[in-house]
Ligand binder design. Structure first.
Ligand code: SF4
Ligand code: SF4
Length: 86
C-alpha cells in the first residue's frame, strides 16, 4: 500500500510513476509515425506521463501506460490507434 504522507513531496505531472499501470491495459496505443507531427499534445494529456519524445519520435513507456486511449482521442492527426491486447 502507498504511504500517502510521502506523496505530498512528489511533483504532479511528468514522471509521476507510483503504480505500474501497464498490466491494466485491455487496449494498447500504437503510434503511426508517418502521421505524427510531434506536436506533443498526447504527452501533455497522458494521465500517467508515460509518453515522451526521443530522437524525433514519440515513445510510450508501456510499463506505465494504462490503455486509457486519451492520447488517441486528443491526437489532431489521428496518428494513434488503440488495439486490443492479445
Ligand atoms: S493510452 Fe493513456 S496511459 Fe497509455 S499512453 Fe495513451 S494516454 Fe497515456
Ligand atoms: S498528439 Fe499525435 S501528432 Fe501530436 S505528438 Fe502525439 S502522436 Fe504525434
Amino acid at each position: 500500500m502507498t504511504n500517502l504522507e510521502n506523496l505530498s513531496n512528489i511533483p504532479i505531472g511528468k514522471e509521476l510513476y507510483i503504480v505500474e499501470t501497464g498490466d491494466w491495459k485491455v487496449l494498447t496505443p500504437f503510434i503511426q509515425l508517418n502521421k505524427c507531427n510531434l506536436c506533443g499534445i498526447c504527452e501533455l494529456y497522458c494521465p500517467t506521463g508515460c509518453m515522451f519524445e526521443n530522437e524525433k519520435i514519440v515513445e510510450i513507456n508501456m510499463q506505465y501506460c494504462k490503455g486509457c486511449g486519451i492520447c488517441a482521442n486528443v491526437c489532431p492527426t489521428s496518428a494513434i490507434e488503440m488495439r486490443a491486447e492479445k
